[in-house]
Design a protein around this ligand. Sequence first.
Ligand code: 3H9
Length: 679
Amino acid sequence: MNSAISTERQGNVLIIVSDNPPVNALGQAVREGLQKGIEEAASDDSIEAIVIRCEGRTFFAGADITEFGKAPKGPSLPEVCDAIEASDKPVVAAIHGTALGGGCEVALACHYRVAVPSAKIGLPEVKLGLIPGAAGTQRLPRLVGAEAALPIVVIGDPISAKKAEHIGLLDKLVGENSLAEDAVEFVKRKIGQPVPRTSHGTANEDGVKDPQIFDNFRAKNGRKLRGFDAPNAAIEAVKAAGEMSFEDGVKKERELFTKLMTGTQSAAMRHYFFAERAANKIDDVPADTPLIPIKTVGIIGAGTMGGGIAMNFLSAGIKTVILEMKQEALDRGLGVIRKNYENTAKRGRMTTEQVEDAMGLLSGTLDYADLADCDLVIEAVYENMDVKKEVFAKLDSVVKQGAILASNTSYLNIDEIATATKRPEYVLGLHFFSPANIMKLLEIVRGDKTRDDVLATSMKLAKRIGKIAAVSGVCPGFIGNRMLSPRQQQANLLIMEGANYWDVDDVLLDFGFPMGPFQMGDLAGIDIGWHRDPSKVTTVREALCSVGRFGQKAGKGFYDYDEARNRTPSDEVKKIISDFAEKEGHKQRDISKEEIKERLLYPMVNEGAKILDEKMAQRASDIDVVWINGYGWPLYTGGPMFWADTVGLDNIVAGLEKHKLPVSDYLRKKAEAGEKFTR
Ligand code: 3H9
């Protein structure tokens, strides 16, 4: 047929087989092949039924995203889906792996769907800033009802085959190893029966009977969806399925889809999709580098960070030993881990058996010798070079040769830490973000001497424990904290110069961050690292501590908090700040939100440019991955570097100059050449 699609006959059944690695994306050749397959079946009287299945690791995982933004080549996916549905001979989709996006839409256009129990099915288009564009928003609600369709279309998480069968999305679960045969058997039994068509189903009754479900859904998921355009469009499309004919609903879907496809949010989110995958690759480390087997992990420090890090490995089924200095601290640390797991179980996200399984892999020790057999040891102790070096020297003396020695430092020099050992090539940074069992990002810090297999193993391990990894070179603060630093500096300066601190927070909130720096200070505790002498006041933070404004836990910090932890700006704090500014010789003035935004964000872009110039990040998109996953930079803007491209690098330079802020040579050159950081 063509290189992607072939057909084979089994008696009176035509099997259309796609083989388009790696994920059977529905590119032009696949679409054309599918259409021809349906035509072949239609024109052959000896064929009475059709199976559509895929070779390789998965059923169609969606439209080919690399084709987006290019001139479309027919047939389109909606045309192919319509051709499948229009067949008078029964068509069954035989699903394994992940039937996602356009893949799910192909399955929906088939008259029947069977799947292996391990399959997953979903419409993740919203995660690319889109909605399904091949009638998925119209066929799915007609098949399973609006209430069941809403989370699938609007949130975009795939569902298990079992759940899909339960809601009526699948007709049957078949044998894990006999999909091809079972699908043929299934469809043979449908020969001679009228074919059910998902476009024909009565318009979604739920939507008509209870229009409240849409508002309820919006209200329930408001926080999660804040700032994103696609989920609202998705709700509108599902609603249309209940209110319009199939033809009009499809038109509505197309209108919404096209608007999103040409917008910045989807471009940003598609950029991020590829950025996350690119971040996984280290340019000068071959993909087939042999890996170091990791069976046991040692963690030094049972505090919040060490405990959180340990949970990642335990949850992934990896034996973990935690070392502490004192029995009491160890007991407390192990107790917190158990409690965290038990709380997860209480919320129904883990079974008690899983809690015990994870805890069964955990042991604690006070003796370094117990780390001897670990394949990886991660140190999560106090951020102090001397302390870290002492720890590494001890590790070097007890841990077996060939093991990876990692530091969780958030800004110290990994190369210097490595000098405390006789095996610097086995040392690297594994910078987890707090809470370490939840935050997705893992910054992998590559030392001067770090071996390829140590890096490759760490990248692979990150995936195994569900993290998104990005590699950074050795520089103070690495990628993430290094870029946070100029933002923090500007935030502090802005309030000295007269900006309201709540405006600073609100600018970042409006931009899409989960919180601003002063809210963050209140949450973490203003008194972290405070010297506890109220008479000694050299910073605004010390001034706040001296009057007991320690943050949320004290009911007051930068903000006053009510019982529900709602924040209100405080006149007392505004006065403390202006008094302090006067003492420091700062003149206060009104500062616009536009200036606040530019002064907070443009210096970050400038720092990102320096990081690229110094080759501390492999590519601009890695910086975006770090900021989206580690610091809450809004995904729908694509990360700081993609966002800078959308603002225009010349505008960023002009803004920095306007505010008399430094402009790096690299940024200036790129702006002058009319270039972008990302493509
Ligand atoms: C859509 O369908 C729109 C329609 O409604 C309307 C049309 C009109 N296209 O993730 P992995 C590449 S929108 C092109 O590392 P895994 C990926 O870049 C689409 N390429 O593997 C990577 O390349 P490389 C809706 C794709 O096993 C390689 O495949 N569908 C696509 O961890 C391996 O990927 C989605 O959003 C694609 N659609 O996960 C699903 N998908 O090796 C997107 C993957 O060069 N895909 N690639 O880096 C996924 O969620 C995951 O890839 C999947 C496999 C779960 C399938």
